[in-house]
Design a protein around this ligand. Structure first.
Ligand code: S3P
Length: 752
C-alpha cells in the first residue's frame, strides 16, 4: 500500500543485528519509510531478514545500500565504524541524515572526524537504551524501543530539521528522546551499563573457574541468575564497547573498586554499622531506580505522573478511620533522630513524598535509617557532628518545610551542600531563612529573588553565632530553621514570633533532652548541647484529618470517627473555626503521647454558618484554609478571611487557586490581598478544576463533590502523595465517590 508522507524515502540500515534489525522492523511496522534497505556481512541474515519482513530490500554492499538513501543508520559493532564510514562516504547523498546506535559516542565522533575531516551538521550520533542478552536478527522486535529512552548527542551546529526528523522517527517507534553531550553520555553509560556488564562477565568467569563450579551452577539461586543475566550478552560487541569507552569505564571501575574494598574491610573488621549503612542506602536507591535514571533524586518527581481525580456528586461520609502521620512531626523525627546519639525508633511516620525526601537526604549524608515499614523507622543517630557531606545536591521535591529546616541545619555543618526542589518549590521564597541565617554568619547563595536552589557554604573554619530574631511573619518553618542552626551556634539564639505557630520543634527537642527556653512569644536555645535518642509516636496529621472534618460536616447523614489525631494547641485552628461555624465535632479520649496531645474526633453533619474568621486563628489553621473555603461555600451566610497573605506563598497561591477552582464550579468569591470573601449557599456545579500541583487544593475539591450537582474533574493531583498517600482509597472507604486516573511516564532499562 503506498504510504502517505512517510518521514523518509529510503532508509539504509547497515548491520542487521538485534538493534539494527529491531529498528528496521519498527520503521516498517510504523510506516516511517517508503523502503527499508538492509546490508550485513552475514548474507544468510539478510535473506532471513527479508523473509521475516524486517527489511524490504537486500543490498549486497554498503555502497549499494546508502545510494539514494535519505537516512543511513550504522548498526555495526563500534570497532567496525571507521571502516564502514570509509566505504559509504563517496556514495552518500548530499542531504543524507547519518546516525548510529552504538553504545559509546566519543569513539563514533572520532571515527567520523577521521573519515569526513570534520563533523557534519547532518550527522547525529544516537544510542537507544534498549536491548536484550539475546543477539542477532532472529531476536529483532519492532516494539523493542517502546517506553525506552533514546539518547541523541547532536553537534552544537546540528541541522535543526534533521534533528527534528530523527527525533520524530524514534518517537514514532515508541521511544522517549533525550539529548546530551557526547562526554556526558559516555560517563553515564560507563556507570549504568558498562560497569554492570563487566561485573557480570567477571563474576561468572570467576565462578566458572572454581573447582566446585558444577555445584555452584547447579545450585545457583534466582539471585545469581538475575544478577548475571547480562553475562550472556554478545562478547564481541562488549569487547568493542570497553575498548572504545576506555577512559570513562576506567574511572568508574576505580570508584567501584574503592567502594568494594571498603565493604571488604567492613566485613573483615566485623563493622556491621558500615554494612547496614551502605546496604540500606543502596536498597532505597534501588527502589527508586527509575527516578535516578531520569536524573532525579530518589523521591518521585510527581510532575512526571499525571493524576486526575474524577468525582461523582453527593454521598455521605461515615466510618472509623485513621489518617496518615503528621508531616511536620515526621520531618522533625528524622532530623533530630539523625543528630541524636543512639537509636531512635519512630512509629506512625508519614510515608509521603515530602518526609521521604527528608529521610533520603539523611541517608545521603551517611545516616543509617531502617524502614520505613508500615510507618516504623529506626534511625541510627550519628550525633551532632556526625553528618557526612552529601555526594550531590539534595533534592527535596515539593517540600518547603524540608528546604527551610535543612537550610538552618546545613548552614552550621563543616561542609558545602546544595538544596534543590521541584517546579513549585523552586519559586518559593527562601530569603526568609537565608537572611537571618546570614546574620548568624552563614554563607548561602540563592537563585534570583531568593529562590532555590540554595548553595550553602558551610565550613569548618567558621562557626555560627547566636542572634535574636524578631520574625516578620508568623512561620514555624523559619523559627525551626533558626532553632536548628542555634543548636550549633556560639551563645544563645532566640526567636520572637508575631503570633503563635506550631511548636513541634521545641517539643521534640525537649524530648531529645535539649533544653529550649520559652518566654512568652520567644523561644531560645543555646548552642553546643547534644541530643539523646528517643522513641517517637507520630499522631495522625490534623491537616489531613481536616479534609474529613469538612467532608463529614457538609455531607448529609454523615458520622465519622477519626482516630489518634494530633491536637497540639498550635494546630487546632481548623477545629476552632469549624466549631465557630456550627460544626458538630466531639473531642474524645484526650491524652498525651510523647509530649504531644492526641484525641479521637467524632464529626457529624451540621448546618454551617458563615463567620468572620478571627485573625489569631490564621497561623493555627494555616494549611487548612483550602478545605475551610469549601466549608464556607456550603455554609449559610458570608465568610470573611483576612490576615492570611501567607497563603499566597504556599505550594500554590492558595487564595487565587481556590478562587479560580471555585469559579470553575460556578461559585463566585471576592479575592482580597490578604484573604477572601465567600458568600455561602451557592450551588457547586459540575466542572474541571486545576490543582496547580498543590496537594491540599486537590483534596479540598474532592471534598466539595459531596455537595456538588454534577461531576467534578480535578487535574494535576499527583502531589497528593506528598502528604497523604492512600487518600483516594480512604476517601472511597468513607463514602466519597472518587476515582483516580494515572498516566505514568515510566523509565525502563534494557540489557544494553
Ligand atoms: C510547617 C509550617 C507551616 C506549614 C507547613 C508545615 C512546619 O509553614 O504551612 O505545611 O512543619 O513547620 P510556615 O512556617 O511557612 O507557615
Amino acid at each position: 500500500m503506498p504510504l502517505r508522507d512517510p518521514l523518509f524515502q529510503r532508509v539504509a540500515i547497515i548491520g542487521l543485528g538485534l538493534i539494527g534489525g529491531s529498528l528496521a522492523s519498527a520503521i516498517r511496522k510504523n510506516s516511517l519509510a517508503l523502503e527499508v534497505v538492509g546490508t550485513d556481512l552475514r548474507k544468510e541474515d539478510l535473506v532471513l531478514g527479508q523473509s521475516l519482513g524486517v527489511i524490504d530490500t537486500i543490498a549486497d554492499s554498503t555502497a549499494e545500500a546508502v545510494r539514494g538513501a535519505d537516512l543511513v543508520v550504522l548498526a555495526v559493532p563500534v570497532q567496525a565504524t571507521r571502516k564502514v564510514l570509509e566505504e559509504i562516504r563517496p556514495h552518500l547523498a548530499a542531504d543524507v541524515l547519518l546516525t548510529d546506535v552504538g553504545s559509546t559516542k566519543s569513539g563514533f565522533v572520532k571515527d567520523v572526524e577521521a573519515v569526513f575531516g570534520e563533523f557534519s551538521t547532518r550527522i547525529i550520533p544516537g544510542h537507544p537504551i534498549a536491548g536484550s542478552e539475546r543477539s542477532g536478527i532472529r531476536a529483532a522486535n519492532p516494539d523493542m524501543f517502546t517506553h525506552h529512552k533514546v539518547i541523541l548527542t547532536p553537534p552544537d551546529n546540528v541541522s535543526a530539521p534533521h534533528l527534528k526528523k530523527l527525533r520524530a522517527l524514534w518517537e514514532a517507534c515508541g521511544a522517549t528522546v533525550l539529548t546530551m553531550s557526547v562526554a556526558y553520555h559516555d560517563e553515564v553509560l560507563a556507570a549504568t551499563s558498562h560497569l554492570p556488564h563487566l561485573i557480570a562477565f567477571s563474576l561468572v568467569d570467576t565462578l566458572a573457574g572454581e573447582d566446585e563450579n558444577m555445584d555452584i551452577f547447579r545450585y545457583a539461586a534466582g539471585g545469581f541468575r538475575d544478577f548475571t543475566r547480562i553475562a550472556a550478552s554478545d562478547p564481541v560487541m562488549w569487547h568493542d564497547i570497553f575498548l572504545s569507552n576506555r577512559d570513562a569505564v576506567l574511572r568508574v571501575i576505580d570508584h567501584f573498586t574503592r567502594d568494594l574494598d571498603q565493604l571488604r574491610t567492613a566485613i573483615a573488621d566485623q563493622d556491621g554499622a558500615t554494612l547496614l549503612r551502605v546496604f540500606s542506602r543502596a536498597k532505597a536507591a534501588r527502589e527508586h531506580f527509575s527516578k535516578m535514571l531520569s536524573g532525579q533524586a530518589y523521591v518521585t518527581n510527581n510532575s512526571e505522573n499525571q493524576v486526575t481525580f474524577r468525582l461523582q456528586p453527593g454521598g455521605s461520609v461515615t466510618g472509623d478511620i485513621r489518617v496518615p502521620g503528621d508531616k511536620s512531626m515526621s520531618h522533625r523525627s528524622i532530623m533530630l533522630g539523625a543528630l541524636a546519639e543512639g537509636i531512635t525508633e519512630v512509629k506512625g511516620f508519614l510515608e509521603g513524598e515530602d518526609s521521604l525526601a527528608t529521610l533520603q537526604a539523611f541517608r545521603d549524608m551517611g545516616v543509617t535509617i531502617e524502614g520505613p515499614d508500615n510507618g516504623f523507622v529506626r534511625i541510627h543517630g550519628v550525633g551532632m557532628h556526625g553528618l557526612q557531606p552529601p555526594r550531590g545536591p539534595i533534592y527535596l521535591g515539593n517540600s518547603g518545610t524540608g528546604m527551610r529546616l535543612f537550610t538552618g541545619l546545613l548552614a552550621a555543618q563543616p561542609f558545602e551542600s546544595e538544596l534543590t526542589g521541584d517546579a513549585s518549590l523552586s519559586v518559593r521564597p527562601m530569603n526568609r531563612v537565608a537572611e537571618p541565617l546570614r546574620s548568624m554568619g552563614a554563607v548561602i547563595d540563592t537563585a534570583e529573588g531568593g529562590r532555590p536552589p540554595l548553595k550553602i557554604r558551610g565550613s569548618k573554619d567558621k562557626k555560627l553565632v547566636g542572634i535574636h530574631y524578631d520574625m516578620p511573619v508568623a512561620s514555624a518553618q523559619v523559627k525551626s530553621c533558626l532553632l536548628l542552626a542555634g543548636l550549633y551556634a556560639e551563645g544563645t539564639t532566640s526567636i520572637t514570633e508575631p503570633a503563635p505557630t506550631r511548636d513541634h520543634t521545641e517539643r521534640m527537642l525537649a524530648g531529645f533532652g535539649y533544653k529550649v527556653e520559652r518566654d512568652g512569644p520567644t523561644a531560645s536555645v543555646t548552642g553546643g548541647g547534644k541530643l539523646t535518642a528517643n522513641a517517637i509516636d507520630v499522631p495522625a496529621d490534623i491537616s489531613s484529618a481536616a479534609f474529613f472534618l469538612v467532608a463529614a460536616s457538609i455531607a448529609p447523614d454523615s458520622d465519622l470517627i477519626l482516630r489518634h489525631v494530633g491536637m497540639n494547641p498550635t494546630r487546632v485552628g481548623v477545629i476552632n473555626i469549624l466549631q465557630q461555624m456550627g460544626a458538630n465535632i466531639e473531642i474524645m479520649d484526650e491524652r498525651e503521647i510523647g509530649g504531644e496531645p492526641v484525641a479521637d474526633l467524632r464529626v457529624r453533619s451540621a448546618e454551617l454558618k458563615g463567620i468572620e474568621i478571627p485573625e489569631v486563628q490564621v497561623p493555627l489553621a494555616i494549611d487548612e484554609f483550602p478545605a475551610l473555603f469549601i466549608a464556607a461555600t456550603c455554609a449559610t451566610g458570608r465568610t470573611v478571611l483576612t490576615g492570611a497573605e501567607e497563603l499566597r506563598v504556599k505550594e500554590s497561591d492558595r487564595i487565587q487557586v481556590m478562587a479560580d477552582g471555585l469559579a470553575a464550579l460556578g461559585v463566585k468569591t471576592e479575592v482580597t490581598e490578604d484573604g477572601i470573601i465567600i458568600e455561602g449557599g451557592q450551588a457547586i456545579k459540575s466542572g474541571s478544576v486545576h490543582s496547580h500541583s498543590d496537594h491540599r487544593i486537590a483534596m479540598s475539591f474532592a471534598v466539595a463533590s459531596l455537595r456538588a450537582t454534577g461531576e467534578i474533574e480535578i487535574i494535576d493531583c499527583a502531589n497528593v502523595a506528598t502528604s497523604f498517600p492512600g487518600f483516594v482509597e480512604l476517601a472511597q472507604q468513607t463514602g466519597i465517590k472518587i476515582s483516580a486516573e494515572e498516566a505514568k511516564a515510566g523509565v525502563e532499562q534494557g540489557a544494553d
